[in-house]
Design a protein around this ligand. Structure first.
Ligand SMILES: Cc1cc2nc3c(=O)[nH]c(=O)nc-3n(C[C@H](O)[C@H](O)[C@H](O)COP(=O)(O)OP(=O)(O)OC[C@H]3O[C@@H](n4cnc5c(N)ncnc54)[C@H](O)[C@@H]3O)c2cc1C
Length: 394
């Protein structure tokens, strides 16, 4: 069985490893000259414990399984993994019902060690945080997803597979007995093709003539980092009670594995699929994004939140006050602008932001159509799930 995989992010590489270890001949095709160039290399680095997700959804199941698998994988390969723990903090009494729902959902999802804390209890976990109550998840962890991706690529090579860089997939033709692919200068044929193309998902789907009911809309997540001693004000992860209307978790404080503390990410509409800043705009991408009926319906319903997020992106003080709500000792000089990432978030035709992972099987082609957070956490479990979906026989 020859399997082609589009994308050398953490997902494509996890799938490649799974398939190569099952005996398939695996080729990963990546358009960039390095692996983990997009979402995998531009995220918060949090190994989510599975608190928020709709019980029974793929996100709920695969996040929990994936976090456990990742913990073991990191231990086995001496990769960084630190259970710094996470607080979800209600900063007003009005947020208490939402916080209670989070605690109930976390328990329903079988997240271990969940505790409900009062204002004093939360300060024992995070001495500089304030709030009226919090939910504590002690096993939420941090890692370096780029390092994990590099190790997965090494596993693929060790199992006889190959990861080919600078190979943009530019044509796909499915026949009764295979899939022909043009990638950079190469022409290849496979028995199965699996697309894990992140922001490039729709382009790959279009090449495969696999229209669908969801399209990727890019949402940039921007960060500040804490400078100097301000880093000591945060031990682990401090999150707000999320707005249940959105799949984004709200601006939070995140200790990273390298000791930096990030503030963010927000969620602003990007002006290109790989729109890492306001300056990076693409007329072609925008035409594709805006011609999707779901984008217009989403904009009509959520323009108010969108404007608030854009304002927060342009005005530092909005970011500072979001952070000070949880850690009031912070002052504007403590926050320094740093990079960001672009989320590949699927939006349905009716304007709904698709919450769950979406995996679409079209004959010999498997398309991962929605794999936003916590897909990095869940990558090993998603790979196992896909391997069960794709029989390794012709
Ligand atoms: C700001 C931000 C914060 C996040 N925080 C977290 C977090 O804390 N925890 C967590 O679990 N998840 C988090 N996520 C989500 C997580 O990063 C993604 O879900 C995950 O990285 C998806 O992996 P992927 O391999 O599908 O995508 P990617 O890493 O984007 O990889 C897709 C690859 O496909 C390649 N590609 C695209 N088109 C083609 C083509 N035509 N030919 C060849 N190659 C192609 C791209 O170059 C890219 O390398 C975050 C995401 C963002 C943006």
């Amino acid at each position: 069985m020859r399997i082609g995989i589009v994308g050398a992010g953490i997902l494509g590489l996890a799938v490649a490893r799974q398939m190569a270890r099952a005996g398939a001949e695996v080729t990963v095709l990546e358009k960039e000259p390095r692996i983990a160039a997009h979402q995998t290399g531009h995220n918060s680095g949090v190994v989510h414990a599975g608190i928020y997700y709709q019980p029974g959804s793929l996100k709920a199941t695969l996040c929990r399984e994936g976090a456990a698998m990742l913990r073991e994988y990191c231990a086995e390969h001496s990769l960084p993994y630190d259970e710094v723990g996470k607080l979800v903090v209600a900063s007003t009494r009005a947020e208490l019902p939402g916080l209670r729902r989070i605690a109930e959902r976390a328990r329903e999802n079988g997240v271990p060690g969940i505790a409900e804390l009062d204002a004093i209890g939360l300060r024992e976990v995070e001495p500089h945080a304030v709030g009226v109550a919090a939910v504590h998840s002690p096993h939420t962890a941090i890692t370096d997803f780029s390092a994990v991706a590099r190790r997965l690529a090494a596993d693929v090579a060790e199992a006889g597979g190959s990861v080919r860089l600078s190979r943009p997939v530019r044509a796909i033709r499915q026949t009764t007995d295979g899939v022909a692919v043009a990638a950079g200068p190469e022409r290849l044929s496979f028995d199965r093709l699996i697309s894990c193309a992140g922001l490039g998902t729709d382009h790959v789907a279009d090449l495969a003539r696999a229209g669908g009911d969801v399209r990727i809309v890019p949402f940039r997540g921007e960060y500040y980092r804490l400078a100097g001693w301000a880093r000591d004000l945060v031990r682990g992860l401090i999150y707000p009670v999320p707005d249940p209307r959105y799949p984004f978790l709200g601006v939070h404080l995140t200790r990273r594995i390298d000791g930096e503390v990030l503030v963010g990410p927000n969620a602003v509409p990007a002006l290109a699929l790989e729109g890492y800043s306001w300056r990076r705009a693409s007329a072609r991408d925008l035409r594709g994004i805006l011609s999707w009926p779901g984008t217009r319906r989403m904009a009509a319903e959520h323009w108010h939140t969108g404007l608030r997020e854009v304002y927060g992106s342009l005005a530092k003080h909005a970011f500072v006050s979001a952070a000070r709500r949880y850690v009031p000792a912070l002052v504007p000089a403590d926050l320094v602008r740093t990079g960001g990432g672009v989320r590949a978030q699927a939006v349905a035709r009716d304007g709904r932001l698709v919450d769950d992972f979406v995996i679409d099987v079209r004959g010999r082609i498997v398309l991962v159509r929605n794999a936003p957070s916590p897909a990095a956490t869940s990558s090993l479990a998603i790979a196992r799930h896909i391997a069960l979906t794709v029989p390794l026989t012709n």
